[in-house]
Ligand binder design. Structure first.
Ligand SMILES: Nc1ncnc2c1ncn2[C@@H]1O[C@H](COP(=O)(O)OP(=O)(O)O)[C@@H](O)[C@H]1O
Ligand SMILES: [Mg+2]
Length: 313
């Protein structure tokens, strides 16, 4: 499998990103009537500053430590996430990958260490405050509102950004009606972006598993995150579905997002990540390009004897 890292441009300009995005979405002709696709480009990144010089640290994690009773699930882990990259966080089962996400997103209180997003410390902040600062995630075990439609699940994410007050909501002010309309348009565009717009009115619990995974990603994108954290998004997929999902993750990155991708299947991340951090028993044992990681004896040893369910290692 070839590494994508050497093919990546070092710096992606707003022009390049927008042009790529427009081309991908088929909206390059200015005369074409506005389509749902053209809305996508608008919606997916309306206000975001897409200019990314790879190398600028978006997130800095220093000595992050989480203990459960006597168990140190995460042990003084230090790494950076650079703007515009797909960083893989890999390691055998139980290595501390999900714990690292949970400590970053305010689910667990670290016993030591710091997490900074654009210089803002995330320590001690509530989950919704962390979301508002620009960090969104999906879960290893899917968490959707099963009784709500796909569209409604995404609109919930969009609502996190809206400013309507409670009286506004009760009396249905013009502002609220505007927000409702644009929420639906935004929501549909996000569903289109992740490839499930045909199921917008299906209850989440009735969606096929693969659609649920994509819906979770759409909902996370609705909060307009600076960093999108995906916890084993391809778990339970067959190889073809995994490839499709990795393609989507690449598309999301090309749209100007930064992605932290947890994955247990080492082969899968090799083809999509720019850099990889490897955890084992709560400690960082390696960090580097996919090529470097693939050849690292410590990583090979960590994965040896770990014959995974999906044949990774
Ligand atoms: N809430 C918790 N309470 C107690 N132990 C936990 C909890 N969450 C995770 N652990 C333990 O921490 C270690 C790391 O788990 P986890 O972060 O889920 O690993 P990974 O996601 O890499 O498979 C494991 O030994 C796990 O059993
Ligand atoms: Mg996990």
């Amino acid at each position: 499998m070839s590494s994508p890292a050497s093919d990546q441009p070092e710096v992606r300009t707003p022009e390049a990103s927008t042009a790529e995005g427009a081309d991908r979405l088929g909206v390059e002709q200015p005369d074409a009537p506005p389509s749902l696709e053209s809305e996508v480009a608008q919606v997916v990144a309306p206000d975001r500053d897409i200019e990314v010089a790879v190398g600028d640290n978006l997130v800095e994690i220093r000595d992050l430590t989480v203990t459960f009773g006597g168990l140190t699930a995460l042990d003084h882990v230090t790494f950076d996430i650079r703007r515009g990259e797909i960083l893989g966080l890999i390691g055998p089962n139980g290595a501390g990958k999900t714990t690292c996400f949970n400590a970053m997103t305010g689910v667990y209180k670290p016993s030591d260490g710091t997490v900074e997003l654009e210089g803002n410390s995330l320590g001690g902040r509530k989950k919704h405050a962390i979301t508002r600062l620009g960090l969104a995630r999906t879960f290893q075990n899917i968490r959707l509102f099963g009784q709500m439609t796909a569209l409604e699940n995404v609109v919930v994410g969009l609502d996190a950004r809206h400013k309507t007050s409670v009286p506004g909501a009760v009396f249905r002010t013009p502002r609220l009606r505007r927000e409702e309309k644009s929420s639906i348009e935004h929501g549909m565009a996000l569903l289109e972006f992740v490839g499930i717009v045909d199921k917008s009115d299906v209850l989440a619990r009735n969606l096929p598993y693969g659609y649920q995974r994509r819906l979770e990603i759409a909902r996370a994108l609705a909060t307009e995150p600076k960093l999108l954290c995906l916890d084993e998004p391809a778990a339970g997929f067959n190889p073809a579905e995994k490839d499709e999902l990795m393609q989507l993750i690449r598309t999301i990155r090309d749209d100007g997002y930064t992605i932290l991708l947890i994955e247990h299947d080492m082969r899968l991340v090799m083809g999509v990540t720019d850099r990889i951090v490897v955890l084992e028993f709560g400690k960082k044992i390696a960090e580097g390009t996919p090529q470097e990681i693939r050849e690292d004896p410590k990583v090979i040893a960590a994965y040896l004897g770990e014959e995974s369910d999906d044949g990774a290692a």
